[in-house]
Design a protein around this ligand. Sequence first.
Ligand code: MLC
Ligand code: 5AD
Length: 706
Amino acid sequence: MRTTTVGQIKSEFMKEQYRNQQSLFTQSDLSGLENLDYKPGAAPYLRGAYESMYTGKPWTIRQYTGFGSAEETNRAFKKSLSEGASGLSVAFDLPTHLGFDSTDSRAIAEVGKTGVAIDSVDDMKRLFEGINLNDVSVSMTMNGAILPVLAAFLVAAQENGFNIGDLKGTIQNDILKEFMVRNTWIHAPTPSLKISTDIIEYLSHNAPSFNSQSISGYHFQEAGAEPSLELALTLANAKIYLDNAQARNLDLNTFCHRLSFFFGVGMNFFDEIAKLRAARVLWSNEVIQRGGNAKAARMKIHCQTSGWSLAEQEPHNNLIRTTIEAMSAIFGGTQSLHTNAFDEALSIPTEESARLALNTQLILQEETGITDIVDPWGGSYFMESRTQQIINQTQQWLTLIENNGGVIKALESGWIHQIIHQQALQTQADIDANRKPFIGVNRYQSDYKPTNIRKIDNKAIIQNQQKSIEALKLKRSDKHVTLALNELTQAAQSGTRNLLALTMEAIRARATIGECTNALLKVWPRYNPTVSFSANQYGDLRSNESEWHRVKKKVSAVRKHHSKKPKILLCKLGLDGHDRGIKTVAAGLSDIGFDATLTPLFLTPEDIVELFLKDNYCALGISMLSGSHVELVSKVANKLVANASFTRDNLPLFVGGIIPHEDDQLLKDAGVKSIFRPGTVIEVIADQIVMNITTLTNYPKKLAII
Ligand code: MLC
Ligand code: 5AD
């Protein structure tokens, strides 16, 4: 079973890709389905979590927002609320996610870039200054540094006069999917799961209106999973969380209704609606089978339109994609929704693109009449049978996960990574081969480039964070902080006390997020798994194409010259763990003839240079999605030029990812030879690399011109 490939699974589970096999559905497709008798607001909630659905209360418009400093993000929150948003959602920067203070040398390049920088409870107070937390619910996407960040939120709320018993909101607290795809873990899985259960326990006792988890499928979809696999992995993880909470003797009917869910909604219009309907049924059945009541069994969902489905090419097309995806989420009965900005594939949103994204929801909510009807797809021959099909497919995936040892074993063995990666490769091959339509990317291309994108210059932010940390340290009692941090370390060691309660005391004493993390790292060091990719699948899917073969021959000519495959080192750099792209590139380059090595995540420029110089690599490829490419890639280039026999001109350095065009020159000046943006097909990448390495080094003329 362990060797199951996507090819096998495809024949079992997946419909013919991108086209429905059956085009007409009739009453006969409903035969045997129980679905038709289900009522909205009643278990198993097929037709919606609430009886009145949007006629009682429309979905919450909740836009994921965060950049720069707490003050800047606070202004963006207030703007969003004044423009019609009905909830808030915090995007933290990568250093905060990984428990580094903004002053840490590993953090500096990424402070405030893809989210807001939070170092302490004082930053958290600035983040929510002037916002009434009794009225507005706040979601926080936090999993790695969850203890100090959630503690800072709770203590900030208390110090601002709110009773934590009244707070409404959600903390993501879904660590398993971090290990599977999102990659902002800090400690190993076992201690991380203890932390997660501590949070459920603390919140269910002290903040009963706060959702203690947002169990996520979104990131599986972004990493490549199709809808039923996304759903299966989400439910498999949710069941582990239930097991752990129940093993702690928490009462299902006390905590379970505060476990919420989060799904991605991509361009697979009908299946996304069916997926949300199927999700509610499967969860309800699971909870009721464990003895939960109807309230505990009600699945509540947040959705986000898919970032991956958006293109860098002709970005205004993304407004249309996002609108269609938002409609799937709404028809599926989501409780809360984030719609992506159209410039997603270029940078984080500008004021203009953020406003358009929000307006997309306002228009759907207020102009279309969509909110007047509860579950408008209910009873549709097609939708009901598709929902049942997704239920069946999801159950088959769940069985397959069990056959691979259950979710934890399948995670540790790499099976889960592999299955998702293989689906990503399938999709990429189909786009690259123009089998899966992607307007403006593989057909109807144009040269249009937008100019106005948000750039974060974080020098001033870093200085401010430094000053705030200094001010915080001046006014605190170091003795008190040390005592609180020691207590945290001891509690991690003993495993018997609730870590959130203790972290709140350290945070209240003005320990920083980094200091709290370090106190735990003494017991549970940073986790560092290897990353792998699948060979042969992508190449097999492209094997009929002439362009693929043309470039493969070129790589082969280089191989013959060296009597071995050209070695390429591929890596992510810094704290960014979004590795779908680099894994796809590694698989593709390997299949086209390179000897590709993929490094573990979270390497510093120093680490990368050391690895590169250790072996006989002919090229270095770096994937950057965090907006820190200029700082971090330049450091790599400078070190290579300083330490080895490279000049800027002959550095075999390549960069891929979200790179604004205006940064091209800076990167080229540093020594980067080619920049590959989302949507670049593998053979173009391979061709460029071969062309560059054969002209850069002393190759015979014949090779340089192939
Ligand atoms: C709602 N209510 C109703 C009703 N509709 N009551 C009667 N009839 C109706 N029709 C009541 C609910 O019971 C609830 O009360 C209250 O109104 C609020 O409704 P809700 O449905 O709970 O909505 P909300 O508060 O918005 O909560 C939605 C949620 C929550 C449960 C899904 O967990 C949430 O907001 N999640 C957001 C997660 C998020 O934004 N994540 C961003 C991830 S970005 P009561 O009393 O029952 O509470 C990311 C990207 C990355 O992760 O970085 O990788
Ligand atoms: N602001 C707005 N949206 C963001 N995303 C990530 N960071 C931000 C941010 N700071 C969104 C993107 C991405 C998804 C993970 O979350 O849509 O695809």
